[in-house]
Structures are given as structure tokens and as C-alpha cells.
Design a protein around this ligand. Structure first.
Ligand SMILES: Cc1cc2nc3c(=O)[nH]c(=O)nc-3n(C[C@H](O)[C@H](O)[C@H](O)COP(=O)(O)O)c2cc1C
Length: 170
């Protein structure tokens, strides 16, 4: 699929069928995350693949937003390996992990897999539920699967501001 078609066709799917994505599709998605840029190339992301019944049930205990997806990715990052910007106020952890997640969401669409970015949960509870290492901070879940037959984008998907409102030429 052409890149701009991927971008245009991706939407936040909130109704997945039960069919599992293939290993080949999952591998493409994970590889797109691996190749994402990070500040100073620190690569502090850690992506967890959740497909077992037990682990999906844990996700359901943390958020109502799995929407039946048969695969959930949990994207975390090593907060001891982020790059701190001059001024010492901010570091790269959240943005690096967000870039990784965005790469994976777009790669998913490119191989015919639907997705939803899911932040509606308590990251600390997720960390506890999956017993993640203490140095890792949880950023997001990504729901992955095939949209159910009658699934469609929410109306707000089609509501984007005109470019003049979000872009300024200086
Ligand atoms: C950072 C972020 C967090 C989000 N968290 C959730 C969520 O927890 N649950 C959910 O159903 N959708 C979530 N979404 C999906 C948004 O609701 C959706 O992207 C937005 O309304 C635009 O719709 P579209 O992705 O279909 O174009 C999230 C999206 C982003 C970018």
C-alpha cells in the first residue's frame, strides 16, 4: 500500500473480530517498531506481545478498550536509558516510545491489520499486572486485529482541522 493510503486508511478500530493476525504480519509490525528512530539512538523501548488468554484477561482487567482484539502490544520504555534534553526538564522516553508505537500502528495498516492506540488505563497497575521491571515505564497498549464485519471509524475520525489551522509557515 502507498504510504499516504496507509495514513488515510488507518483509523482507531473499536470492534475487532476474533481471528488472530498472522506471525508474518506481527513480525512486520514489530520490525517497524525496531527500526523507529529514538533520541541519540538509545532504543529504550520494550514491546510486549500479549496473545494468551490469561494475559488478554489481565488487559481486560486494566481497560475496557481492548474491543475484542486478539493481540495487544504493551509499549514500555527503560526510564534509566532515556536522553535528557538541555535544560534537564524533559527526556526522550515518552516521545521515543510514541514514535515506536506510531511506526507499528502504520505498519499494521500496511499489512492489513487494524489497530487502536489505548491509553485509558493506569500504567502503574499495568506494570504490576505484568510484573514489568521497575526501570520500565508503560506508555500504551496497542490493540491489533481485523476489524469486525460491521466495524467502522467513529465519526470524529473524519473530523480533522484544515491545514491552515495546524501549520504555519514562518
Ligand atoms: C494517545 C492516544 C490515546 C488514545 N487512547 C484511546 C483509548 O484509551 N481508548 C480508545 O478507544 N481510543 C483511544 N485513542 C483513539 C482516539 O480516540 C482516536 O485516535 C481519535 O479519536 C481519532 O480517531 P481515529 O484514530 O479513528 O482517526 C487514542 C488515541 C491516541 C492518539
Amino acid at each position: 500500500m502507498e504510504f499516504m493510503d496507509v495514513v488515510k486508511n488507518r483509523y482507531s478500530c473499536k470492534n475487532f473480530g476474533a481471528t488472530q493476525i498472522t506471525k508474518e504480519q506481527l513480525d512486520v509490525i514489530l520490525e517497524a517498531g525496531r527500526l523507529a528512530p529514538t533520541a541519540k539512538n538509545n532504543q529504550e523501548q520494550h514491546v510486549y506481545v500479549i496473545q494468551s488468554k490469561e494475559s488478554l484477561a489481565k488487559v481486560d482487567g486494566l481497560t475496557p478498550c481492548r474491543y475484542g482484539a486478539p493481540t495487544m502490544l504493551l509499549v514500555a520504555f527503560d526510564k534509566t536509558n532515556t536522553f535528557t534534553y538541555p535544560g534537564q526538564k524533559y527526556d526522550s522516553g515518552i516521545e521515543d516510545a510514541s514514535i515506536v508505537a506510531t511506526h507499528m500502528i502504520l505498519a499494521a495498516k500496511s499489512v492489513g491489520v487494524d489497530s487502536c492506540w489505548v491509553n485509558f488505563f493506569d500504567p502503574e497497575k499495568a506494570s504490576e499486572a505484568f510484573q514489568l521491571p521497575k526501570n520500565e515505564e508503560v506508555l500504551t497498549f496497542i490493540a491489533l486485529g481485523y476489524a469486525a464485519e460491521k466495524a467502522e471509524p467513529l465519526p470524529n475520525h473524519f473530523n480533522r482541522k484544515p491545514i491552515e489551522q495546524t501549520v504555519t509557515y514562518l
